[in-house]
Design a protein around this ligand. Structure first.
Ligand code: SF4
Length: 141
């Protein structure tokens, strides 16, 4: 599945959950709390394939899933540019010190496996929007 396809499917799932919570008069704070990994794993098993494995994408204590993937992620399924006979498909807009460019054969993808920036509650509060797609609007380049 390409990035665009994933974003489209994830946006639909995200929206359905947010709308369900809004119908129950959840506040911003309550919605953010609801997206805590442990709660999501118990109540929204289809949101992330890792829930079934009881596995976090990043081993931090309070992992919040609201902003998965990350507003700083940039991608283009057709390729962004060529670097030494390889094609770059994604990168980090803030060049996080915890992220890196991963090389997979002739493809270069952003590797966020060691970066937990979007999963901290404080970050989610700061970049919160009920419409997940708005927060991610700059990701497709
Ligand atoms: S490296 Fe970190 S900040 Fe950059 S796109 Fe990945 S998760 Fe986001």
């Amino acid at each position: 599945m390409g990035y665009s396809n994933w974003v489209s499917k994830h946006a639909t799932k995200h929206k359905q959950i947010v709308q369900k919570l809004l119908a129950q008069n959840y506040t911003k704070e309550m919605i953010i709390e609801y997206f805590d990994f442990e709660n999501m794993k118990a109540k929204e098993s289809d949101f992330c394939p890792l829930y079934a494995k009881n596995k976090k994408c990043h081993e931090i204590e309070s992992l919040n899933c609201y902003l998965c993937s990350c507003p700083n992620f940039r991608f283009n399924d057709d390729g962004i540019k060529n670097i030494e006979a390889k094609t770059q498909y994604s990168f980090c807009a803030i060049d996080s010190k915890d992220g890196k460019q991963g090389i997979y054969g002739e493809k270069i993808h952003q590797d966020c496996s060691r970066c937990s920036v979007p999963h901290h509650k404080e970050y989610v509060e700061k970049h919160f929007d009920l419409d997940w797609m708005k927060t991610m609007k700059q990701c497709s380049v």
